[in-house]
Design a protein around this ligand. Sequence first.
Ligand SMILES: Nc1ncnc2c1ncn2[C@@H]1O[C@H](COP(=O)(O)OP(=O)(O)OP(=O)(O)O)[C@@H](O)[C@H]1O
Length: 697
Amino acid sequence: MVTFSSLIAAFSVFLIGHSLSTQTGLPLYVGASGLILAVIVFLAMRISSFLRIFIAMYGLGFLFLATLGLAGSVGILPESIAALLPPTFMASAAVVFAAVVYGVSFLTPIRHVTAIADPYFDTKDPSTKNAEIPFTWLGRGEAQVGKRLVGLLVAINFLQVALQVRLNLFSRDLFNALGDKNAEAFWFQLLWVFVPIAAIWISLAVYELFVDQCVKLRWRRWLTERIYGRWLDGDTHYRLSFAGEATDNPDQRIQTDVSNFIIVTMRLTINLLQQAALLVSFIVILWQLSRDFVFPGLGIEIPGLLVWAVLAYAVIGTWLTHVIGKPLIGLNFSRERVEADFRFSLARLREYPEQIALLKGEAAERARLDRTFGAIIGNTLQILSRNMKLTTFTAGYGQAQVVFPYLLGAPSYFLGKITLGAFQQTAGAFSRVADALNFFIDQYRTIAEYKATLDRLTTFNGALASVEDSRHQREIELQTSASGGIEVDDLQLGIPTGRTIVSADGFRLKPGEATLIGGPSGCGKTTLFRALAGIWPFAKGTIKLPKNARVMLLPQKPYIPLGTLTGAIAYPAHDHTYTPEQIRDVLTAVGLGRLIEDIERPDNWSQRLSGGEQQRLAMARALLEKPDWLLLDEATSALDEQSQADIYRTVLAALPNTTVISIGHRASLVNFHKRHVQMQKREDGLFHPTEAAGARA
Ligand SMILES: Nc1ncnc2c1ncn2[C@@H]1O[C@H](COP(=O)(O)OP(=O)(O)OP(=O)(O)O)[C@@H](O)[C@H]1O
C-alpha cells in the first residue's frame, strides 16, 4: 500500500514539477517544492488517519492540477481554464498546507486531537449503525463514510477557493471596464461571469452545510457511544470515581465536551485548510501585481512590496494577539471548572431537598451557591476584560488592513504603472492574504476554548485507558473454589489513600451457613463485602468463589432508578423480565402490598419511598433474583426490629438455596444466622474477621 502510494506520489511530483517549470521558469523553486512534496507524501502515510484525509485530498487536487498544467504547457488547454485555476498557485498552496499539517502533527496538542479523532476514522463498524443519518450509501464501513464526507468537505472548500480566485480576476475586469467606460464589457462581466459564480457559490454553501452537519452527527454518535460504552464497561465508572480531578464531572465531558470537540475540530481544520489555500493563491497574485511597486515616499522599486508588507503585518499582528490573548487559555480552563462546580452544587440541592429542609440548611446552601456562582462571575469578568483588550487590538488591526494596501499602492497608481482595475484587484488580494494570515488572530478565542475541551477529553481518555489496563493487572486473584464455599486467603484491603485497613487469611464462608459479620463502625466490613462482590480495586490476595456463583450485594441505601416501580424492582434486568404477578407477589412478601396499584407509574421513587420502604424494595429484588449468595450490608437498618425479623424470615424461607451473609449492628440479628464473625483489631493495627459466639436458635 505504501509502495503504491509512493509511486502515485512520485508520478504526481514528476507531473507537477514539469508543469510548474514550464509555466514559471523557476526550476529551483519547482525542484525544491517537488522534493518537499515527495517527502511529505511519503511521511504522510504514517501520520494520523484524520489528518491523512486532508493530505489525500490535496494529493488528488495535485494530480488534477498537474494534469491541467501539463495540458496547458503543451497548449491543449483553453486559456480561460488556465486563468481560472493557475496550477502554480494551487500547487504552492498544497505544498504549504501539507508541510503545515505534517509539521504541526508533531505538536503535543495536535497529537491529543488526533488521538481522540482517529478511532472514528479507523473503526471497523458498519455504516448501517448510523442508518438514519444521511450518506449511509457512501460506504459499507462507518470509517469509509466518515472519510469520504470529510474529503467531500475538503473538495467543496477547494472549489470555493477557486471561485474566490476567479472573483478576484472578475473584480479586475469589472473595474477596467468601468475605467474604460466600456458598458458592454461591464454588463458581460456582471451577467455572464458574476451571476454564474454566485449561483454556484450559493449551491455549494447549502450543500456544504448539509454534508458538514451529517458528518458531525455521525461522528458524535459514534464517539459518544464509544466513550459511555467504555465508561460503563465492567466497573470502569466505579473505579474511575477514585481517580480524582482527572475525571471530575464525567457527564459534562461525555455530553458537552465531545460535541464541542467535534464541532470545533471540523471548523478549525476546514477553516485552516481553506485559509492555507487562499493564502498561497492570493500571495502569488499579489506578488505578480506588485512586481514593480514603488515604495511610498522613497520612489524605490521593491519587487513584491505588498507581499512583504502583508507578511510583516500579519506576523507582528499574530505575535501581539498571542501576547495579549494568552491568559484566555487558562481562564477558559477555569471557566469549565467553575461552571461545573456550580452545576454540581445545584444538583446536590435537587438530590437532597428533604435533608436540607430538615436541617434548615437553606442559608448554608445559599452561601455555597453564592460562592460557586460568584466564582463564575469573577471568571467571566476576567475573560471579558481580556477579550476587550484583545478586541481593541484586533479591531484596530482589521481597520488598518483596509487602508494599508491603498497607502502602499497609491504611488504606483499615480505614476501610471498600474490600471485602476489592477489597483482594485491588488487591494482585494491584499485583504484575502491578510485574512488568511489572520487565522490565528480571528480564531484565538475559539482556540483558547478548544484547548480546555481538548484537555478535559484527553485526561478523561487517559483515565479510562489506565483503568482498563489496570483491570488486566489486578492484584487480587479471583479463583474458583472447590469446596462450594467462599475462601479468602492472604487478603489485604486498603482505601484510596493507600492505608490498609483489613486483613483476612483462611477466612471461609460455607454454603448454607448464614453468617453475621459485626464490628465497630469504620472497621472495614463494607469494604470486605465490596471485595467479595469483586468491585473493590484496593485489594491484594486471593478470593475463591464457587463456579458460576451469583453474588448479590444489597447496600444500606439501595439504588432506585428513575421510572416505574416494576422497572426499579427488576433492575438491572429489563423492566418486563418478570410478570406482573411475580412483581405483585414479592411486593406483598416484603410488606409493600399497598404499592401494587402504582407499579406502572413512573416517578422519582427514591424520593417518594421512605428509607425502610426502599430497603424492602431491595429485598423484593433479591427475592426475584434468587442469588446463590446474598450479602446484606445493613440492608434492614432502617426497619424496626419487628419488621426486620419479618423480612429475614421471609427471605430465609423464600430462598432456601441462598446463603445469607449479613453485616449489622443489632443484637437481634444473631437469631437469623448460624454463625457470628466479629471484625477485631490485632497487633498489626488491622481488623481481622474473627469467630465470635452466637448462633441461631
Ligand atoms: N472511597 C473511599 N475513600 C476513602 N476512604 C474510604 C472509602 N471507602 C471507605 N473508606 C474508609 O474505609 C474505612 C472502612 O469503611 P467501611 O465502609 O468498610 O466501614 P464499615 O465497617 O462498613 O463501617 P460502618 O459500620 O460505619 O458502615 C472507613 O474509615 C472509611 O472512611
